[in-house]
Design a protein around this ligand. Structure first.
Ligand code: AMP
Length: 602
């Protein structure tokens, strides 16, 4: 093959299609007008114009009889479809999608494209594969390879090289679900087992959300829209958009101006759904997919512990509950470092580039090397502490990334909250690296449980913007942390910790090793030996125990501010006691004594 050959990789999907190619030294998706995804929808406008992609999808609301969706399901069959007055075979419709992708690729690459690697599901029969080749030929594309989708995913994630791997590929698209256990080695992947459901996917999630919203609408005295096809189509579109937002945010609002007319009066939709509501709706469907995962593993004769990786494929796997279910079922966190709806096209792009003579190992994308999140009040190792931590942005998320999570105030009339932001993965915030913090003041005078949203935006330059918003009023405050993804030097870590302690009003610095993390058992400041041993030490420890006990007993009697301060001191004192850090215990005991004295006097 000559180096001059241009070969692109195409994921010809049931719901969406994408094209990838080697450009500027790497394999990348070729977007058009900023959108990497082409909806696999073809339509005929009223004036006879052919529509492909988003315009066709948009008209399907009004003219479903002039629009064709999910043609992939008919590939290899003798069935035909009609658009307006004309009839088409499945390869002809697929060819219209391929031609659009070819033209997009030519515009991005600035050269003619005559060859494409096209992906198909592993279970596709010979007839279905031949129909795919025929579609390529009709679109003016020679197809040097038809590539199985699980193999494409393995190529994109770089799991094909060097050593043999056992992979679980979980593919949840718009309308289909497949799970395969594969053995990957070199350019070959052998499918050991596969299971699935050809009628399960993100579209079902949209439908469930639509029914939920419609149900709420009726319960609230709104109109029954079921007979209004146009309104229901708009509602479905709105539900899908909300579902996508719920992958990154705890809430989504569905707003449709003038959705219908009720006895001559326009009806506007404005409904809010929470991620929790949505997750409850789809749980039973995800359970079904997990049953398939177990079946696929047992058919392949593999235990979850024998898996080297779980790869996510398909747009619907962006729903966070999917990863949670998989992690619970297998004990392994799925890989998150590629956009799951793009990885099959990227894998096809890797093979296409190799065929064209480029030495491609895997797809390169910018990912966050660290996890980020705020500390919060919660229970850790059986104790209530303000140092609980759960990342909002997870390590290996492709950049740029934006995620939001909800937190709630702990006391009535709490007018301020403090956000301390950490870098790391430990559930104890104190074992992560503090990178910034701020307070939001002027919150509403309401009972505890006031919802505060924390939004994190991390861009390609490693700039992290953290915004806190009081949900009920929109009151917000933000900080920007430069170079959040650059590794900090030990000196910077020390300084960052110091700054955080100062901000928190503490006098003492926590002990730290050079890496900035707690290392129980290491020599630490205050561990110098004076008065730490023998009877004196035991006496000291039992005094601390007594004080801790006294503090815990008094907690229920304290007001919100005192309680917060006391809990923080109790937590730190318990930790210092565990480490038998005499100096720190001394100082914290003194602070706690003073506080308790003050409360007992009240
Ligand atoms: P695919 O067939 O792989 O293109 O996947 C399409 C499905 O992924 C559709 O049901 C989309 O609504 C869904 N999808 C796309 N983006 C997201 C997202 N951010 N969160 C949840 N589902 C998504």
């Amino acid at each position: 093959m000559r180096m001059a050959d241009v070969i692109v990789g195409i994921d010809l999907g049931t719901t969406n299609s994408e094209v990838a190619a080697f450009l500027d030294g790497r394999v990348q998706i070729l977007p058009v007008e900023g959108d990497p995804i082409l909806p696999s929808v073809v339509g005929m406008a009223l004036d006879g114009t052919l529509l492909v992609g988003a315009p066709a999808r948009n008209q399907s609301v009004l003219y479903p009889e002039r629009t064709v969706r999910s043609i992939k399901r008919l590939m290899g069959s003798s069935q035909t479809v009609s658009m307006g007055e004309r009839t088409f075979t499945p390869p002809e419709v697929s060819a219209l999608i391929l031609r659009e992708l070819k033209e997009r690729a030519e515009a991005s690459l600035g050269t003619e494209v005559k060859k494409a690697v096209i992906t198909v599901p592993a279970y596709f029969s010979d007839a279905q594969r031949q129909a795919t080749r025929d579609a390529g030929a009709i679109a003016g594309l020679e197809v040097p390879r038809i590539l199985n989708e699980p193999t494409a995913a393995a190529l994109a994630y770089g799991e094909d090289r060097h050593e043999a791997k056992t992979l679980l590929i979980y593919d949840l698209g718009g309308g289909t679900f497949d799970v395969s256990v594969v053995h990957a080695e070199g350019d070959l992947t052998e499918v050991l087992s596969s299971h699935g459901d050809t009628h399960l996917g993100g579209d079902d999630f949209d439908q469930l959300l639509l029914e939920h919203v419609h149900g709420r609408l009726i319960a609230g005295g709104g109109p029954d829209l079921r007979a209004d096809r146009r309104a229901m189509s708009r509602l479905l579109w709105s539900a899908e958009e909300a579902k996508k937002r719920l992958s990154d945010e705890p809430w989504a609002r569905l707003r449709e101006e003038h959705l219908a007319e009720v006895r001559g009066v326009p009806f506007h939709l404005d409904v809010e759904v929470s991620r929790q509501d949505f997750e409850r709706l789809i749980e039973h469907l995800l359970e079904r997919t997990i049953n398939s995962v177990h079946k696929a593993l047992s058919d392949a004769g593999k235990r979850p512990t024998e898996l080297d990786a779980i790869l996510l494929v398909g747009g619907a796997t962006r729903t966070p509950l999917v990863s949670e279910f998989l992690e619970r079922a297998t004990g392994m966190r799925p890989r998150q470092d590629l956009h799951p709806d793009l990885c099959v096209a990227l894998g096809a792009g890797v093979l296409a580039s190799r065929l064209a003579g480029h030495d491609i190992e895997k797809v390169l994308v910018d990912v966050s090397p660290y996890s980020f999140g705020p500390s919060h009040l919660g229970i850790l190792e059986g104790r209530v502490t303000p140092h609980c931590y759960h990342p909002i942005i997870r390590r290996n998320s492709p950049l740029p990334v934006s995620k939001t999570e909800s937190y709630w105030t702990a006391s009535d009339d709490q007018t301020k909250v403090r956000l301390d932001i950490y870098q790391g993965d430990d559930p104890n915030a104190l074992r992560n690296i503090p990178i910034g913090g701020f307070e939001v003041e002027g919150l509403s005078l309401v009972p505890s449980g006031n919802e505060i949203l924390c939004r994190m935006d991390l861009d390609l330059d490693g700039i992290l913007r953290v915004t806190a918003v009081e949900k009920r009023t929109g009151l917000s405050k933000a900080i920007t942390i430069e170079r959040a993804t650059t590794a900090l030097s030990p000196e910077e870590v020390r300084k960052a910790r110091e700054r955080m302690r100062e901000l928190a009003g503490d006098e003492e610095l926590d002990a730290e090793d050079v890496d900035g993390r707690w290392e129980p058992g290491d020599d630490e400041p205050g561990d110098g030996g004076e008065g730490n041993e023998g009877e004196e030490s035991n006496d000291h420890l039992s005094r601390v125990d007594g004080l801790l006990e006294r503090g815990r007993t008094l907690l229920p009697k304290m007001g919100p501010d005192d309680r917060g301060e006391a809990m923080a001191l109790l937590e730190r004192l318990e930790e210092a006691r565990e480490k038998t850090d005499a100096l720190l215990m001394e100082s914290l005991s003194q602070q706690l004594e003073d506080l308790l004295f003050f409360i007992e006097e009240k």
